[in-house]
Write a new protein. Structure first.
Lengths: 236, 290
């Protein structure tokens, strides 16, 4: 299996606060890898660092064998990875279609109609609402839009930050089905979740983060049955 | 009455063009660029000297002013505002006020304090009769320029990729970065457009009030800022409506009430509007679902 993403010994600070303390992990081609952990464990910080929004003070990030530390934040997406951020962060005053077009900002204009078609097939709801302002969508629809927008850049690695946050259980199931389908279609997935049960059940491998450090790692199945994980994150 | 109204709309058109610069920069960079009014003054001087000293034809002089002001806007943003991108808004505000005084004093040093008599760039054109009122060529050009600029900017922000990216940046810089949008470039571009428009406003303003001094831009700058807030800061059509209403109110107040009180009335109306509509006439009041 080829390694798509390799992070070694990452240290990230917010001012003087040491948020990530030597995190190392790998994502292999075709895998679903999840980072689980409590609030403030550093999951989103790790993802935002890989996505280029934060710069680590120490450590290395390699994407497909190439270091992306010197790459300007807005050029990270052109390398072939997309981050679907926490809280969805759709552009509320742009239409659904314009949001998707922004997702394809780095792609040649000629291929956008085809990609758009594919995303609409994946999320038929978005097609129905394509001329509506994104701010008027429901939470679940906004999550679909955020994911569709990330897919518009045709990423080989898709990073999802808390896709289930604030959604009704039926929508959570739907979002996770979509994640599995995207993975089957060939997209490697790095997933950050508080819903550890759901995340572990679809993940090939998982890492457990606690206060900025990785404290446990294994296959999704192993961690689902791991006593300490069950106690801490799965309600016993 | 009609004549006053037309005067008001043409003066308001100048305010609207200036207000666009405030409103666009505020929308993207979330800062009030108080040096914007002084860019107008620089535009006035550049066009003045292009015509008088270099003897250039009017359109070329205007282009020269647009070119210099565009460059000035980019340089000011790079040197003064970009280093403060992560600073508090108060620090940026003070810097903008400082930049305003810097530009005024630099103008004082370069072009001295003596007022210059700006040439009448429309002296070869006749006024037009319309419904018993004489419409000056200046009024026609000011109103037409305002309309063209407004339509062009609306098309730019709704139809072009870079324009849509500009709207995305104004909403969420982080998310825009994730899309691959270069936020710094977008901010530079906004300053460039706003400052280029300020140059056009400078030429129109000096034509309307042909006394050019280093402080020429400050009062119209403040009034255009008022217009931008009045219309709803961040909104392009708001800048247009705010500017034109402000121009009409000012001219009517001057004609029918008192020319000394005109400015007081203009700012009084702003205060009243903001009491009842704190986000301005067309201010964003979108309720987002979460």
């Amino acid at each position: 299996m080829n390694t798509v993403l390799k992070c070694s010994n990452l240290h990230v600070y917010y001012g003087s606060i040491h948020a990530i303390k030597g995190v190392s992990f790998e994502v292999g081609e075709g895998e679903i890898v999840t980072l689980i952990g409590a609030n403030g464990a550093g999951k989103s910080t790790t993802l935002n660092t890989v996505g280029g929004l934060l710069k680590p003070r120490e450590g290395s990030i390699e994407f497909e064998g190439k270091s992306i530390l010197g790459v300007a934040p807005h050029k990270v997406v052109s390398e072939g990875m997309a981050l679907c951020p926490e809280g969805r962060r759709v552009f509320a005053q742009l239409s659904v279609k314009e949001n998707l077009e922004m997702g394809a900002y780095t792609r040649p204009a000629s291929e956008i109609p085809e990609t758009l078609q594919k995303v609409y097939e994946q999320f038929p709801r978005l097609k129905e609402r394509q001329s509506q302002m994104a701010g008027t969508l429901s939470g679940g629809e906004q999550q679909m839009l955020a994911m569709g927008r990330a897919l518009m850049s045709k990423p080989r690695l898709l990073m999802l930050d808390e896709p289930s946050m604030g959604l009704a259980p039926i929508l959570v199931d739907q979002i996770f089905d979509i994640i599995k389908a995207l993975n089957k279609a060939g997209t490697t997935i790095l997933l950050v979740e508080q819903n550890a049960q759901m995340a572990l059940s679809i993940a090939d491998r998982a890492y457990v983060l606690e206060t900025g450090r990785i404290v446990n790692a294994g296959t999704g199945k192993d961690l689902l049955n791991d006593d300490s994980v069950r106690k801490a994150y799965l309600g016993g | 009455m009609l004549a006053h109204l037309i005067n008001g709309i043409s003066l308001g058109s100048i305010y609207a063009i200036i207000a666009l610069g405030y409103t666009m920069v505020y929308g993207i960079a979330k800062m009030l660029n108080f040096a914007h009014g002084d860019v107008i003054m620089v535009g006035g001087y550049i066009s003045f000297y292009s015509m008088t000293l270099l003897g250039l034809p009017v359109p070329i002089a205007i282009l020269a002013a647009v070119f210099v002001c565009t460059a000035l806007g980019i340089v000011v943003e790079r040197l003064a505002y970009k280093p403060l991108r992560a600073a508090t808004s108060l620090a940026v505000l003070i810097t903008a006020i400082g930049m305003s005084y810097f530009l005024q004093n630099a103008a004082l040093l370069i072009w001295d304090a003596n007022p210059k008599a700006y040439p009448n760039i429309f002296k070869n054109f006749e006024a037009v009769e319309f419904a018993g009122a004489r419409i000056s060529p200046f009024a026609i050009v000011a109103i037409a320029a305002n309309l063209v600029i407004m339509i062009a900017l609306t098309l730019f922000t709704t139809r072009t990729k870079v324009g849509k990216a500009m709207r995305a940046v104004s909403e969420d810089k982080g998310a825009a970065t994730l899309m691959g949008i270069n936020v710094n470039f977008t901010i530079s571009l906004t300053f460039a457009i706003g400052s280029g428009l300020a140059a056009i406003a400078g030429v129109l303003l000096c034509t309307a009030y042909p006394t050019l001094m280093p402080t020429t831009g400050s009062m119209p700058g403040i009034k255009a800022f008022t217009a931008a807030v009045f219309g709803g800061i961040g909104s392009i059509p708001g800048a247009m409506i705010g500017g034109i209403l402000l121009g009409i109110i000012e001219i009517l107040a001057r004609a029918y009430i008192s020319s000394e009180l005109a400015d007081a009335i203009v700012f009084g109306v702003l205060i009243v509007v903001l009491i009842f509509r704190p986000t301005g006439l067309l201010g964003k009041q979108v309720h987002e679902k979460v």
